[in-house]
Design a protein around this ligand. Structure first.
Ligand code: IMP
Length: 427
């Protein structure tokens, strides 16, 4: 297992944290390669629950080196808060590495994210308000601030002056906010330099050297396939590359070194924020999934929109990412349902679509074509092999596998690390 990628196969919150954590114990490096503190991993170890937003979940695994790659956007205040919170709980965070090329999220971009959403009103995207979009826009616009700029005050000041020349006007004249002062912004950013200095590194070089030595690297995506800026339901997406291709650009590891792509897919579907969602349930079935699955955002606390399993998007995710193995999570949430619908195709104005429609407008009014599978009522949290599952739960797993374009190698049957049925080793 030289380099393995973990991606979300739906709209996020598939339970990547647990899967990463499962593998984390056998890997040397865990790399976050995209996104920022818009993500939320909840990892449960024994009776301890950890909610991580920015830090890679490998931070919880003794001996594993967690890496924040160049493709990430970093809110420095959040980074320091998360590190302090873990330190207080006795977790060793000294191994963390931070790419010198990662971009930082300055306060003006958090403000812009929030005021833009408010300005858009009913046309808003439902962002997390963490400044992610404006920071990636600055990166592409070549006016972003990188981690390494914190170590050259002259360059940092020039860059902040340059970017605020326009942004200050936008904040003040369009959104009626106070334009930030160059000096205040520079000082705020510089105040983190000493703390983060020891963790800053050429992470692409270190990761490739580690692979040369035969060490193992796990690349974990933030967000998910349908939120990817290129392959997701644009514009209702995040601003980064959340698919397997992004693992290369966001880490500096070339494609040929990646030999496994693990897609995390929930046994039903959820999404937060706005945008199309064909299998969404706006009735009590949706509420039941929300309550049983505790579907409330880790980062924002927002209730997640819930719906049945959508095999069309799972197949799409398998293709876009080159998924070699799926991990099917939260199967236990379906326990107690008499019948479980699974979306196998879409109906768009009388035409059946077995693949994602090419036009987003068609996806917006795609109606799911369902096949119904029989449910089960037995508690499955103690299952550790396929044979331990009731026949109908087994049949659900097999049906979903047949429909989704890659083998299912593990099934989550409860929140704890141990509550997993392993069908094929992921290591
Ligand atoms: P942004 O990433 O804050 O710009 O938000 C863009 C869209 O991505 C919104 O619909 C968010 O709700 C969604 N989003 C961002 N991060 C996550 C995540 O970790 N899980 C699920 N949805 C997310």
């Amino acid at each position: 297992m030289p380099a393995t990628v973990i991606v979300g196969a739906q709209w996020g919150d598939e339970g990547k944290g647990k899967a990463t954590d499962l593998l984390g114990s056998s890997v040397d490096y865990v790399v976050k390669f995209n996104g920022g503190n818009n993500a939320g991993h909840t990892v449960v170890i024994g009776d301890q629950k950890y909610a991580l937003h920015l830090l890679p979940s490998g931070i919880l695994t003794p001996g594993c080196v967690p890496v924040i790659g160049n493709g990430v956007v970093v809110d420095l205040a959040v980074l320091v808060q998360e590190l302090d919170a873990l330190l207080e709980r006795g977790i060793d965070v000294s191994r963390l590495l931070l790419s010198a090329n990662a971009h930082v999220i300055p306060e003006y971009n958090r403000n812009l994210d929030k005021v833009t959403e408010r300005f858009l009103g009913s046309r808003r995207l439902g962002t997390t308000g963490r400044g992610i979009g404006p920071t990636y826009a600055d990166k592409m616009n070549r006016v972003g601030i990188r981690v390494q700029d914190l170590f050259d005050e002259k360059i940092l000041t020039q860059k902040v002056e340059n970017v605020l020349e326009l942004k200050g006007q936008i904040l003040a004249k369009i959104y009626n906010r106070r334009a930030p002062e160059v000096r205040d912004t520079v000082e705020e950013l510089l105040s983190y330099a000493d703390r983060i200095g020891p963790m800053v590194a050429d992470t692409g070089l270190l990761l490739n050297r580690a692979l040369d030595r035969g060490e193992t690297v796990l690349l974990e995506a933030g967000q998910a396939t349908l939120l990817d800026v290129d392959h997701g339901t644009y514009p209702f997406v995040t601003s980064s590359s959340a698919t397997a291709g992004g693992a290369c650009t966001g880490s500096g590891i070339p494609p040929m070194r990646i030999d496994k792509v693990i897609g995390i897919v929930k046994a039903y579907t959820t999404r937060v924020g706005e945008g199309p969602f064909p299998t969404e349930l706006q009735d009590e079935s949706g509420e039941r999934l929300r309550q049983a699955g505790a579907e409330f955002g880790t980062t924002t606390g927002r209730p997640r929109r819930c719906g049945w399993y959508d095999a069309v998007i799972a197949r799409y995710a398998a293709r876009v990412n080159g998924v070699t193995d799926f991990v099917l999570t939260k199967l236990d949430v379906l326990t107690g349902l008499e019948r479980i619908p699974v979306c196998v195709a879409y109906d768009v104005d009388g035409t059946r679509h077995d693949e994602m429609p090419v036009n987003q407008s068609d996806f917006h009014h795609a109606r799911p074509v369902y096949e119904e599978l029989p449910g089960w009522s037995q508690d499955i949290s103690g299952a550790r092999s396929l044979e331990d599952l009731p026949a109908n739960a087994r049949a659900y797993v097999t049906a979903v596998e047949d429909l989704s374009g890659a083998r299912i190698s593990a099934v989550g049957v409860g929140p704890d690390r141990e509550e997993t049925v392993v069908l094929h080793s992921l290591a």
